[in-house]
Ligand binder design. Sequence first.
Ligand code: NAI
Length: 255
Amino acid sequence: MYKYSDIVGKVALVTGAASGIGKAAVLALAEQGARVAINYFRNEKGAEETRQQILAAGGHAITVRADVTHPDDVQRAAAGVAAELGPIDILVNNAGSLVERLRLMDMSEARWDDVVDLNLKSAFFCAQSVASSMIERRTGAIVNVSSIAGRNGGALGSIHYSSAKGGLISMTKGLAKELAPHGVRVNAVSPGVIDTAFHERFSTPDAMKAYANAIPVGRVGSPAEVASVIAFLASDASSYVVGETIEVNGGMLMD
Ligand code: NAI
């Protein structure tokens, strides 16, 4: 991977980093020399395996349990990371899920709230938990993980998810405007179809084949291909990129 020397020694917190894109992001940031905090909620095993992988490669990593849908838990976790590793320089708001495919008439208010809390509210309060220290130190990068669904409405049964991910794109712009004058950059990535546990749960093998055939590069993406863009947005190489959402989708959606 391209080397971003400014990331060496920085402290990075990645949410939902026990699997998939979050795991790839935390591995990429550790490879760049960041001291990383691997947030997980239920997947302690995945978080510990990720930590061991980083330690084996000579990196520095801790795990931190928190349910990102609970602002108090997030505050506690962020304070714990800062106490152990130092103030957080890089936050990657990756935790998210479709939770359940549901059509309009089958959606309950509770399920709507679950999905919006997990994919949208979480990123706001995670940002809040690191922002004052970033503002004080006039440094920091926040990268939100949105989705192609936030641009195109998603596949059937994902209105709750695509609305939250679309909101995350707007939130990225709003946070960027508020924080850029303080030296803190906020951007997002918008993955297309990436080969993770997400699709084992929410897409059939036939749907995955159909996606691959329809994507201009002829295949779905890997978590590492999203992580490398996250690392770019976390680094000074993107110092003049502010409030932007970068599509990482093999050409599936261009505009
Ligand atoms: P994944 O299921 O491997 O990763 C999601 C992670 O979030 C898991 O580790 C899960 O344990 C964690 N998580 C769930 N609820 C949590 C909570 N309350 N607190 C803390 N962590 C929690 O799937 P994937 O694909 O790596 O997803 C990562 C992000 O990428 C998600 O935000 C997803 O919406 C987004 N995305 C994924 C795409 C794909 O094709 N795989 C496409 C577009 C966006």
